[in-house]
Write a protein that binds this ligand. Structure first.
Ligand SMILES: Nc1ncnc2c1ncn2[C@@H]1O[C@H](COP(=O)(O)OP(=O)(O)O)[C@@H](O)[C@H]1O
Ligand SMILES: [Mg+2]
Length: 407
């Protein structure tokens, strides 16, 4: 394996998934070398960075190895135990975001409590940390406007992603059963009202230690089965004042929590038009993948600039509208090679901006994304349809509209 020049400054990242892979891509242009801590040599970022540490993100020594000599240690996921990060900080490692900020992206209950204390709007919720307190669920449900009618949502407080760890309950009895199941496994839960959604939005910002903040336009995130399938940037028909308020809120939270790097604020737009904060992520986020092509500064470069305490980049859009579609592994991986699928995709849609992660195809797994840039906001429905067709084609090797290249 190639050895990076000792003169090249190193940024260390815990995790070697697609976020690390795309951060590596941005690091190249900034003259930085991204060293990644991965559990296996075939992870997406380990395939492309020459600077790989194989180990576990729950082992202090492995974390020390990846951080050694690096300017800063940052993350592609939020699963490093807080105690370990605090030890690293005590040893002089520059951890970004710092553990006292990151905990709000790791623990959904800590996050909710802090947001509430900061006066930020959140769904009504209760936290239950042991079986003895399961009865408190009844009092919580009784306090809702229409107890049980809209259903409840039960979430594992830690460790979930892409809807894993989030369970929808149709009524109180089912919520109790799900909560009991988690609690018996030693997993504390957050139980909350099921919000009547108009749609989901995301406010993505970055903050540097110097205190500079930068916000991208607020986007709409389209979810299917708890997984994001499409992102529309900017969010269509979002009133300017609401968008500006969401950006201000995200920037304020980044400052109040002491975030360093990218912060994604996942938002619910309720049927009444109000905004509630669902959760926070402190790293490049799926809702920001559109920035690779649709913004003057990608979220990956911005994350690096922020953790390196450089001045932040311009978050202007490059086109009036960008649609990002996730490529999610098909139930059965197609016989046609990815190479051939790509060939056909580009033959039909030369403007597709493809980003593949080098991951094995598994059902529902995010294996890549495609950005489509639109010059005309009025053509958004067509742009979305093309994005959907392209992502489906790359995953399934079938054109959902029956298109045949040979006819
Ligand atoms: N209280 C809620 N009301 C309605 N839908 C919800 C609620 N909480 C979560 N969801 C749905 O589940 C998805 C995943 O939940 P989230 O808390 O963001 O978990 P994850 O950590 O897996 O992203 C959300 O994007 C949303 O579609
Ligand atoms: Mg989420």
């Amino acid at each position: 394996m190639a050895v990076p020049s000792p003169r090249t400054p190193v940024v260390a990242m815990v995790g070697g998934g697609q976020l690390a892979r795309m951060t590596h891509q941005a690091a190249i242009a900034l003259g930085q070398n991204l060293r990644v801590l991965v559990t296996a040599a075939d992870e997406p970022a380990a395939q492309v960075s020459p600077n790989v540490v194989i180990g576990s993100h729950t082992e202090l020594d492995d974390l020390r190895r990846v951080a050694s000599g690096a300017t800063v240690l940052t993350f592609d996921h939020e699963h490093v135990p807080t105690e370990l990060l605090e030890k690293l900080v005590a040893e002089g490692v520059n951890v970004a975001p710092p553990p006292q900020a990151l905990v709000h992206a790791q623990d959904k209950l800590v996050m909710r409590q802090r947001l509430e204390a900061l006066g930020a709007p959140v769904p009504r919720y209760t936290g239950i940390d042991n079986l003895d307190r399961l009865g408190e669920l009844d009092a919580f449900a009784a306090g809702l406007d229409a107890p049980g009618d809209a259903g409840l949502v039960v979430k594992a407080v830690r460790g979930g992603y892409d809807g894993r760890g989030v369970r929808m309950a149709r009524d109180l009895a089912q919520a109790r059963d799900i909560a009991r199941e988690y609690l018996e496994g030693g997993v504390p839960v957050l139980v909350e009202e099921r919000v009547q959604l108009r749609r989901e939005l995301s406010a993505l910002v970055a903050r540097s230690p110097f205190g500079q903040g930068a916000a991208w336009p607020v986007v709409e995130t389209v979810q299917r089965d708890g997984i994001c399938v499409q992102v529309i940037a900017p969010a269509p028909d979002l009133p300017d004042d609401v968008a500006a308020a969401a950006q201000q809120l995200a920037l304020r939270l980044a400052a109040e929590l002491g975030v360093v790097g990218v912060l994604a604020v996942e938002l619910f737009e309720t049927v009444e038009g109000g905004l509630l904060i669902n959760e926070l992520a402190m790293r490049p986020h799926n809702s920001g993948h559109w920035t690779m092509d649709g913004s003057k500064t990608s979220q990956f470069e911005q994350h690096l600039r922020a953790v390196l305490d450089y001045p932040l980049g311009d978050t202007e859009v490059t086109v009036p509208v960008t649609v990002m579609a996730n490529v999610l592994g098909a139930a059965e991986a197609p016989a046609m090679s990815v190479d051939e699928r790509l060939h056909h995709l580009f033959a039909r849609m030369p403007d597709a901006r493809v980003h593949l992660y080098g991951k094995a195809e598994r059902p529902g797994r995010k294996v890549g994304h495609i950005n489509f840039l639109g010059a005309d906001p009025a053509a958004l429905p067509q742009l979305r349809e093309r994005a959907e067709l392209a992502a489906h084609w790359l995953a399934h090797g079938q054109w959902a509209d029956g298109w045949d290249a040979h006819s």
